[in-house]
Ligand binder design. Structure first.
Ligand SMILES: Cc1cc2nc3c(=O)[nH]c(=O)nc-3n(C[C@@H](O)[C@@H](O)[C@H](O)COP(=O)(O)OP(=O)(O)OC[C@H]3O[C@@H](n4cnc5c(N)ncnc54)[C@H](O)[C@@H]3O)c2cc1C
Length: 291
């Protein structure tokens, strides 16, 4: 492993200054569950590692039913599913947080780091996209915001510019009769990288019978996680019954460009998209009826 310097930033401004001054060789460190492995294996290099876990904004988890969820970028996964209201109101994100690695990983790994790592198979990203999450970013030129579905650029590459730091993720408040879910397929527990992952979110009318709004997002079937816009739109105005879900699954397949690898062939992944879209929607609808 190549030697690197370490600094722990105490504020967003300090982290941005350190990251910007050190150029392309500086990297933020949250839980380190990706980064330490990558530095050790030499798949990533860093001259300077900037620990961001001492920055209050990045460790803050704020939830208010009227304003929504603001999730500091370095908050570890377990904080999400151990928070009863967040677990109920953003159940799809809690689904994802709960299956990222095991307990030890979840006590370190952050949703922000999962997003910044930009793996096409990252479990939290389809859930974030389904909930219309927005990234709040700080950098040398000030602050900016970006929807999560635009954040990933390529496998392992995101849209952060030099010196920029992901500060928080914001998920809008949940309306009545809304529900979300995330499911992934893995061949067996020892191979816990999603072969396909699907996040879904629906809002129903007051009777719980009709879909008024929907969002479907896909993971592990393209170079970046995808928002399946046409599939999402196809559900609006439809009855919230399982007969209407296969069409959304078929439309979701049209935007995927899955590869074949040792975890599954492209054809297999294509088939799984349909299966998981239907199942995820069914769970989201059930949760929406209970909300
Ligand atoms: C045994 C094991 C099992 C795993 N299982 C799963 C799984 O089932 N599903 C899954 O999706 N993932 C899995 N992972 C990966 C998962 O742990 C990571 O993706 C994790 O969520 C990353 O968060 P972190 O806080 O550890 O990030 P880090 O490793 O600290 O950082 C990851 C990357 O993001 C950058 N970064 C972090 N925070 C910021 C920030 N605020 N601003 C800018 N850049 C930032 C870092 O520079 C680095 O490039 C597993 C990992 C291990 C080791």
């Amino acid at each position: 492993m190549k030697d690197f310097s370490y600094a722990a930033a105490g504020s967003v401004d300090e982290a941005v200054s350190l990251l910007a001054a050190s150029g392309a060789g500086a990297r933020a460190l949250a839980g380190g569950t990706d980064m330490i492995v990558q530095l050790r294996e030499g798949t990533r290099e860093a001259d300077l590692v900037v620990d961001v876990k001492k920055i209050p904004e990045l460790m803050r988890l704020e939830y208010d039913r009227a304003r929504g969820l603001r999730l500091g970028a370095a908050v570890p996964c377990y904080k999400i599913y151990e928070h009863a209201e967040i677990r109920d109101d953003y159940a799809g994100l809690a689904d994802a947080a709960h299956i990222i690695g095991g307990r030890q990983i979840q006590s370190r790994a952050s949703i922000g780091g999962n997003l910044c790592n930009a793996s096409p198979a990252a479990d939290s990203i389809p859930a974030l996209i389904a909930y219309r999450a927005v990234c709040h970013i700080a950098g040398p030129g000030g602050t900016r915001s970006l929807p999560v579905h635009e954040f990933c650029k390529a496998p392992g590459r995101n849209r952060l510019e030099r010196g920029e730091l992901l500060v928080s993720l914001e998920l809008p408040p949940q309306p009545q009769h809304a529900g979300g879910a995330y499911l992934r397929f893995i061949p067996r527990n020892e191979m816990d990288i999603a072969v396909v992952g699907v996040g879904a979110w629906v809002r129903l009318d007051g009777s719980g019978k009709q879909i008024e709004d929907a969002r479907i997002a896909l993971g592990a079937v393209a170079p970046t996680p995808l928002l399946a816009e046409q599939a999402s739109r196809s559900l609006v105005g439809q009855a919230a019954t399982t007969e209407n879900f296969p069409r959304a699954g078929e439309l979701a397949k049209t935007i995927a460009s899955p590869i074949s690898d040792r975890r599954g062939s492209a054809e297999y992944r294509d088939h799984l998209i349909g299966v998981l879209v239907e199942r995820t929607l069914a769970i989201a609808v059930e949760r929406a009826r209970k909300s």
